[in-house]
Design a binder for this molecule. Sequence first.
Ligand SMILES: Nc1ncnc2c1ncn2[C@@H]1O[C@H](COP(=O)(O)OP(=O)(O)OP(=O)(O)O)[C@@H](O)[C@H]1O
Ligand SMILES: [Mg+2]
Length: 289
Amino acid sequence: MTIEFQDVHASYDPATPILKGVSFRVEDGEFVAFVGTNGAGKSTTMRLVNGLIKPDSGEVLIDGESSRRLKTSDLARRIGFLFQNPDNQICSGTVRDELLFGFKAIGRLDASAEARVDAIVEEFGFNPDDDPFLLNRGTRQLLALASIVVLDTPVIVLDEPTTGLDYRECVKVMGVIERLHERGTTVVMVCHDMEVVADFAERVIVMSDGAVIDDGPTFRVLRDRRTLEAADLVAPQVVDISLAMGLLRPSLAEAPVAHANTIEQMCDAVAACVGVPYAGVRGMEGAPR
Ligand SMILES: Nc1ncnc2c1ncn2[C@@H]1O[C@H](COP(=O)(O)OP(=O)(O)OP(=O)(O)O)[C@@H](O)[C@H]1O
Ligand SMILES: [Mg+2]
C-alpha cells in the first residue's frame, strides 16, 4: 500500500491554515518517522492519512485513490491508527471486548476474529477480563496498540507510541512494532524520542510550521545540524559521538564509526576498527558480565 500527499493544505478552521503544502510519498513496507516541534502539524498529517479530516486543497492518495472518495470504514480496514493518547481510543469494559471492538467497527466480527483476539491476549500476556481503565499507563498503551495489531492492517499509523512510557515499556511497545514491520507492515510513526527514531525508523520526515523541511534516510537526516536546529530537535547521542570521532581524528571522518546512526552500527564499526568480534547488542544481552 502507498500513501501519497500532493501539496496538501489543511485546517480546522479556514481562517487558520495548519498544513501549508505538504507533499511526500510512503512506499509499501517502509518504516517512516515524522518528527518536529509541538504544533508542527504531525498529528494533523496523521489524521489526514486515516481520513478523519480531509484536505482543503491538494490530494491525499491511499493506493492512488483520493481520501475524499474513500469511506472511513474502508480506510480503517487498510490503516490501523494509534492515537496520541490511548485514553482517546479505549472504550470497552474489558480487555477482550476492547480487542474485539475494531472487528465490530469494520463489520468483521466472526469466529476467526475471536481466535485472533485470543492469540493476541496470549501474545501480549493480558488478562482478558481486566478493566482497561484500571490498567497502568504502559499497559493501556500496549492494549491500544494490541487493538490495532489484532486487525492485521497493511499499514499502521502511530502517533507518539512511546510518550509517557518508562524504558521497559518503551522497549516492549517498540518490539511489537518492529516485529510487525519485519512481517511487512508499513509503519508511519510520529515520535519525539530521537533515540527511538534512530534505532527503528528507516526514513525520517521533519515537519516545521505546517511544512516538510526535510525527508530522507534516517542516517542522513539525523546528522543534519541545520535541519535539527530548525525543528528544535536534539540528535541521538550515538550520532554526536560518531560525528565527534571525525572531529577528533580527521582520518576517522570517512570510517564507518563516523557514519554510525544506531548503537548497533556504532558497535559494529568500533569492533571492526579494533579488530575484535562483536555479537551485536542483542547478542550481548545473554552474555556473562
Ligand atoms: N482539533 C483541533 N482544532 C483546532 N486546532 C487544532 C486541532 N488540533 C490541532 N490544532 C492546531 O493545529 C496545529 C498543529 O497541531 P498538531 O496537533 O497537528 O501538531 P503536532 O505536530 O502533532 O504537535 P505535538 O507535537 O504537540 O503533538 C497546532 O497549532 C494546534 O493548536
Ligand atoms: Mg501531535
